[in-house]
Design a binder for this molecule. Structure first.
Ligand code: TXA
Ligand code: MG
Length: 329
């Protein structure tokens, strides 16, 4: 059932569901998460079961503030502290060494843990209420609230459409960022950007004062993690990325046969595609819309989605990454 996330009674009830070992879907500024008490192994197993996700894939644990990170992190390396100070609350997940006695199931058995302090009023209220619940819940494990391999949800209705109707969903409206958090691994000496988000690599480097590596620059850094699998975030329709000229040529060739195709492009194109939508010129706006646009196209039953490749610029990296995965495989 969908409950109004601005209703304090709904927040209290949701915190009680989590304290009792149940699942609650909740909004964050990036995408909706499917939450469980991060310290309750059975509750965490419930997330993996509901999502249909392999249980050795680590989940992100949401905390209300930087101080709460100490409950899960064995230590906070200086670089991680700088990033917390700069970007928390916000769309940044930090991988830190894990206290061996907590969160093993949420961490997919790894000796590290992914922590994030979300900047969404409903998520924040929920996390605070969780600390007051009995028993208290010190962190909420929450992957994106979609079935494994599907597009992440940016509205409560997206979440409700993929899970049984008795799932408790807190509605916080459409999420303002629209793609998942950037993930920086702070356990390898040098910070490693495991997943790009809307924060650019330059912004992250400026805040931590050192170079940020990519996974392929660091031996053994490629994580066992669904957010980093090729062919992830995929709609039902097949996604193809093309530059504007190839797109126009393909549309011209198809002529009236383009009806079964949806097009999402920044450039103005001629043709009679079944669906045509403009991708915003502003990368933040494009990120905000991306997953809802893919879902809307799917709902019309098109078989192909042709997307104009976004610019090769740092502020587009998150959107490019998600589109690359949506079009893989
Ligand atoms: O914006 C977000 O990050 C959303 C919202 C709900 O917070 N969450 C999200 O979670 O995208 P999920 O489970 O769909 O993606 C989590 C990713 C994993 O796929 C993995 O890449 C990484 O986080 N991760 C989590 N813990 C990790 C760890 N200990 N080591 C390496 N990677 C980890
Ligand atoms: Mg996900």
């Amino acid at each position: 059932m969908i409950r109004d996330g601005r209703d304090p009674a709904a927040i209290t009830e949701a915190a009680q569901v989590l304290a009792g070992g149940g699942l609650v879907a909740f909004p964050t500024e990036t995408v909706y998460g499917l939450g469980a008490n991060a310290s309750d192994e059975r509750a965490v197993a419930g997330i993996f079961a509901a999502k249909g996700r392999p249980s050795d894939h680590p989940l992100i644990v949401h905390v209300p503030d930087a101080a709460a990170a100490d409950h899960f992190a064995l230590r906070v390396p200086p670089v991680a502290r700088k990033l917390m100070n700069a970007f928390w609350p916000g769309p940044l997940t930090l991988i830190l060494p894990r206290r061996p006695e907590v969160g093993a199931a949420a961490a997919g058995g790894q000796d590290t843990i992914g922590l994030r302090c979300p900047a969404h009023p409903v998520a924040h209220a929920l996390l605070l209420a969780c600390e007051q619940a009995s028993p208290p819940v010190h962190g909420v494990a929450g992957p994106s609230a979609n079935r494994f391999g599907r597009v992440s949800p940016t509205t409560a209705q997206h979440v409700a459409s993929e899970f049984p109707s008795d799932l408790f969903v807190l509605d916080g409206g459409a999420t303002p960022v629209g793609i998942e958090s950037a993930i920086v691994d702070c356990t390898r000496g040098l910070p490693v950007l495991l997943r790009p988000g809307t924060l650019t690599r330059e912004q992250i480097e400026a805040a931590c004062g050192e170079r940020v590596r990519l996974p392929d620059e660091v031996a053994g850094a490629a994580p066992r993690a669904s957010g980093t699998l090729e062919s992830h975030y995929a709609p039902d329709a097949k996604v193809r990325l093309m530059d504007a000229r190839s797109l126009q040529t393909a549309l011209d060739l198809l002529g009236p046969d383009a009806k079964a195709i949806a097009v999402y492009a920044r450039s103005i194109l001629r043709g009679s595609a079944g669906q045509m939508r403009r991708m915003p010129d502003d990368p933040a706006e494009a990120a905000r819309q991306l997953f809802a646009v893919l879902r809307d196209f799917d709902a019309t039953g098109v078989k192909l989605i042709w997307v104009e490749t976004p610019p090769d610029a740092p502020e587009w990296e998150g959107v490019r990454d998600r589109l690359r995965r949506a079009s893989a495989g």
